[in-house]
Design a protein around this ligand. Sequence first.
Ligand SMILES: Cc1cc2nc3c(=O)[nH]c(=O)nc-3n(C[C@H](O)[C@H](O)[C@H](O)COP(=O)(O)O)c2cc1C
Length: 451
Amino acid sequence: MADLTTNFAGVRSPNPFWLASAPPTNSAYQINKAFEYGWGGAVWKTIGDPVLNVCNRYGAFEYGGKRLVAINNVELISDRPIEVNLKEIREVKRLWPDRAVIVSAMVSSNEQAWKTVVQQIEDTGADAIELNYGCPHGMSERGMGAAVGQVPEYCEMITGWVTSAASIPVIVKLTPNVTNIIPPAHAALNAGADGISLINTINSIAGVDLDSFEIRPNVGGKGSHGGYAGPAVRPIALHLLSQITSDPTYQARPVPISGMGGVETWRDAAEFMLLGATSIQVCTAVMHYGFRIVHELTTGLSNWLDEKGARQAEEVVGASVERISVFGDFDLSFRTVATIDESKCIQCNLCYVACDEGAHQCIDLTADGLRIDPDTYEGGTTLQPVVREDDCVGCDLCSLVCPVDGCITMVERPPKIPPVTWNELVRTRPEVTTDWDAMVAYREEVGIEIH
Ligand SMILES: Cc1cc2nc3c(=O)[nH]c(=O)nc-3n(C[C@H](O)[C@H](O)[C@H](O)COP(=O)(O)O)c2cc1C
């Protein structure tokens, strides 16, 4: 069995799965229970300045009959007195020396307040501190959370206060509510952060009630933006993670990254690891299904690592980063076409409609092998979609809408033009990239058809 032991900036845990700072890590009762189930670590629900919470505080995004595709929340940091939290953190760490106990903190943006909370956390014996620069609601209006994470200068200044005072590792948790994640990531690195975690929640409104016109979640008739998390945010989280791990400045002096945002299964976790996450945090999936999901996470990851011939989880960390590219470096000659396996096709014709109306008109409907016009066809037989391979632009839409697994696949075909990238064209044939007449001439020259 592959070794799942994780070393994150010196913080050790028996597996890479940590509970994210959120309702499941609100108390010693919960974290003790989670550790009994096998969680490798936990980031305590953010502690800091006094707060009062509201009802209702969660809203759901449901889709296609699936509950909690995402959760939205207007919850604040821990509303339990800080002394209660600190006492429980101390107890948990004493009981579970082999687990990662990390404390998330957020206090007013003044140096003394941060230094005091750092000292309080260190006194509990906790393994590390996570700085919550992400909370997008309630705390940000008070100059904390996302109000810090969105301004790299604040991010660097406060991280510097903390790293200069802390003797345990400092992890900076970034907000996704920025147009570019790199400046706040650099700010964290410049200030000596030992690790980065991301993503915190994304600004959102869960929905609007069509009868009462109320915003969801509804707080006594009013609503506001809240933080979005759960499976729906995973592609955004993966992208932001990949932006950091493929950044040359980060690569020149990397720190471990704790990835989160929509992890529900071991497969989700493996994707984060391939893009460079050393540990994985989970919140919404635990709020939905409970602590027991850690069994599937650990056994699934371990089996997959065995299949891949990896003896240690860390061997796969970042293995896909070298594949992250920019559009300008894509090979424009790479060619795939859609192929339909007629033995699997149920003749629903979704692929035909998608291609005809939503894409590039490369699929015909046929009856008895002959192309027919579906608008005038009066025969009784079911119609078979057939791809006109020469016209297929390889966009993938038909295979994405096809309801039958493995019925439509994208198959690689020999290129029709010599290998070339957009960046090479910019260098060697700049006129082609700025003038449409030159572009049309270039297409004729190399044989790229216009559809
Ligand atoms: C209800 C709720 C409360 C949260 N509270 C905190 C918090 O106190 N501190 C923090 O850093 N992140 C908090 N988060 C964000 C999570 O730690 C995590 O970054 C986010 O939910 C993405 O992970 P997920 O998709 O697994 O839920 C909260 C998330 C939710 C849904």
